[in-house]
Ligand binder design. Structure first.
Ligand SMILES: *[C@@H]1O[C@H](CO)[C@@H](O)[C@H](O)[C@H]1NC(C)=O
Ligand SMILES: *[C@@H]1O[C@H](CO)[C@@H](O)[C@H](O)[C@H]1NC(C)=O
Ligand SMILES: *[C@@H]1O[C@H](CO)[C@@H](O)[C@H](O)[C@H]1NC(C)=O
Ligand SMILES: *[C@@H]1O[C@H](CO)[C@@H](O)[C@H](O)[C@H]1NC(C)=O
Length: 524
């Protein structure tokens, strides 16, 4: 009777003694990406793992001192966070000029230029690191179990390869574009490329557009990244290594999305979906905020936040937004930086910061005005709050277009918006019940899974610790040549064989026929 209990206890003991006390080397991407990485770092820490974070000396968000990790600060660090800030405001200015082909092109050029510099600086930082022998030796000696990184920049991937460590990615974008396209088969006939704002049900012209979007975007990414990383890879790993295969060789891909957000598409055994891992149940609001929310009565509240980078909008836009809010009976909580709009109604509360997650989870919250950036859309899905979208730049328009396709959001073009348009969009989402119903359905689906997304992510990280990687889940696909991958050689061989067969058949028939004819002639 005792032995099964003992068995379970000893299995648990082994499980914990291995799972506890792992050592993880984290190479994060600064800025908003760190917000998400931090969630995982803190969870790993709370489970007793020892975390080391590589950061640049001029990092804004990644603190040197933390109760959750020890840090390695690279003096060479040139990852300019302020560059992302600058870029964002420049992009916003371009964006305000409206959407046209030339505006999109200008936007694209600016992004290429700036990101190219950032990738170059990351490579400089990694070179400095590799050249620092004592640092590299101490990293070797520390005997980490794995490297956890965000492959939007390549530093962590190179470090993992240099240290011969298993690699876990916290990913949505790699240095080549959307991550799925780097490892999983992605037929462009029904997998829309992010940025094209298409769905999985495309007409002929949309499929054509999808192919263009794919080719164009991949080209743009190559332009920004290939030269820098190829040089780095050549220098340290030799001329035969295709640097991108180092990314594709990762053990586990923790994808920051899931199928409440993404359209159904082929995936891979080492892809783990953890969309919504950063979401938490709402906590009670601070007393004054709760009072404000309650004062909305049966009308409820609208909350608006455009994320950290876009706190201040151009003032004419702010005026229009404030005027639109003032026309509504709802109360509004608006995260706004910059001068107070003169048209601000007495129903609108301006705040510097708001507990977005707790507000989204509040039963009185009716609509979320969002830009479609990190966490916003996921938190809205988690709490089932419909969206009025004001997408600005990067993949935000595409993020929101996915929500529009599911009938959970209404998008307004910020470049052409005025108070009438904005108030109409708000009224539509407030009063047309389908928006809320659809979002609540997505929310139910999102919650209906056997394991919380964060637990799933941690499980797989610990799996890699326990098993020294997950090579049994990695497919061969990326190690094959293009010809072999698409079976071009096989198809050609079969076609040749068929041709040969036909030829033989043809010759035989011809011979028989001529023999017959000769016989006939003789007979006559
Ligand atoms: C964690 O690992 C680092 C690097 O090896 C080491 O300096 C530090 O003492 C460790 N911390 C704990 C709590 O074990
Ligand atoms: C796909 O789109 C076409 C029109 O473009 C529509 O007729 C059809 O019903 C759609 N199919 C699905 C499954 O949504
Ligand atoms: C708020 O403004 C509206 C109209 O602008 C006015 O009718 C209402 O009395 C004001 N409420 C308060 C509390 O000032
Ligand atoms: C778009 O949504 C994804 C998934 O929720 C998120 O990871 C990404 O950060 C969002 N895009 C931007 C520009 O924030």
């Amino acid at each position: 009777m005792l032995s099964p209990v003992l068995l379970v206890a000893s299995v648990l003991f082994v499980f914990y003694s291995v799972a506890r006390g792992g050592k993880v080397l984290v190479f994060p991407v600064d800025g908003s990406h760190w917000v998400n990485m931090k969630v995982i770092v803190e969870e790993l820490h709370s489970r007793g793992h020892n975390i080391t974070v590589v950061r640049a000396s001029n990092s804004w968000h990644i603190k040197e001192e933390s109760p959750h990790y020890t840090s390695i600060t690279l003096q060479m660090g040139q990852f300019h966070d302020y560059m992302v800030d600058d870029l964002s405001s420049e992009l916003l200015q371009l964006r305000m000029k409206g959407r046209s082909f030339s505006a999109d092109l200008a936007l694209g050029n600016l992004v290429v230029e700036r990101f190219s510099v950032m990738h170059r600086d990351i490579c400089t930082m990694v070179t400095a690191m590799f050249e620092d022998e004592s640092l590299m030796r101490s990293l070797q000696d520390a005997k980490y179990d794995l490297v956890l990184t965000d492959p939007a920049f390549g530093g962590g991937v190179f470090l993992a390869h240099r240290l011969h460590l298993p690699l876990v990615l916290n990913v949505r974008w790699t240095v080549r574009g959307e991550a799925h396209f780097d490892i999983a088969p992605s037929p462009l006939s029904y997998v829309p490329y992010p940025g094209a704002e298409l769905t999985d049900n495309m007409t002929f012209s949309q499929r054509l557009l999808n192919v263009f979007a794919y080719v164009f975007t991949r080209g743009t990414f190559s332009q920004m990244t290939d030269a820098h990383y190829t040089a780095l890879s050549k220098r340290y790993f030799g001329p035969d290594v295709d640097y991108f295969s180092l990314f594709q060789n990762a053990d586990i891909w923790l994808m920051r999305n899931d199928f409440t957000f993404e359209f159904p598409r082929p995936t891979m055994p080492n892809v783990v979906y953890m969309g919504g891992f950063q979401c938490k149940p709402a906590k009670p609001l601070p007393v004054d905020l709760e009072e404000f929310v309650q004062s909305s009565g049966q009308h409820g509240v609208i909350i608006m936040s455009l994320g950290t980078l876009f706190g201040s909008l151009p003032s004419d836009i702010s005026e229009e937004i404030a005027a639109a809010f003032a026309e509504l009976p709802q109360k509004v909580i608006w995260r706004h930086q910059g001068p107070k709009p003169s048209t601000l109604g007495n129903n609108t509360l301006l705040v510097d910061w708001m507990p977005q997650n707790d507000l989204l989870g509040h039963p009185k919250t009716k609509v979320f005005v969002a830009h479609g950036g990190t966490n916003g859309v996921q938190e809205a899905i988690y709490h089932g709050v419909p969206i009025v979208g004001l997408p600005l730049v990067f993949d935000q328009p595409d993020n929101l277009s996915k929500m529009v396709a599911r009938g959970t959001a209404k998008v307004v073009d910020i470049a052409t918006m005025d108070r009438a348009v904005f108030v109409e969009a708000l009224r539509e989402v407030l009063h047309e019940p389908s928006y809320r119903e659809n979002m609540q359905r997505l929310s139910r689906i999102h919650h209906d899974q056997p394991m919380k997304p964060l637990e799933r992510a941690i499980f797989w990280i610990e799996f890699v610790m326990r098993n020294g990687g997950a090579p049994h889940l990695r497919t061969q696909s990326f190690r094959m040549s293009w010809i072999a991958y698409h079976s071009v050689d096989v198809i050609l061989t079969l076609m040749m064989a068929l041709l040969l067969l036909l030829l033989i058949l043809f010759l035989t028939i011809k011979k028989c026929l001529s023999a017959l004819l000769k016989k006939k002639v003789k007979c006559e």
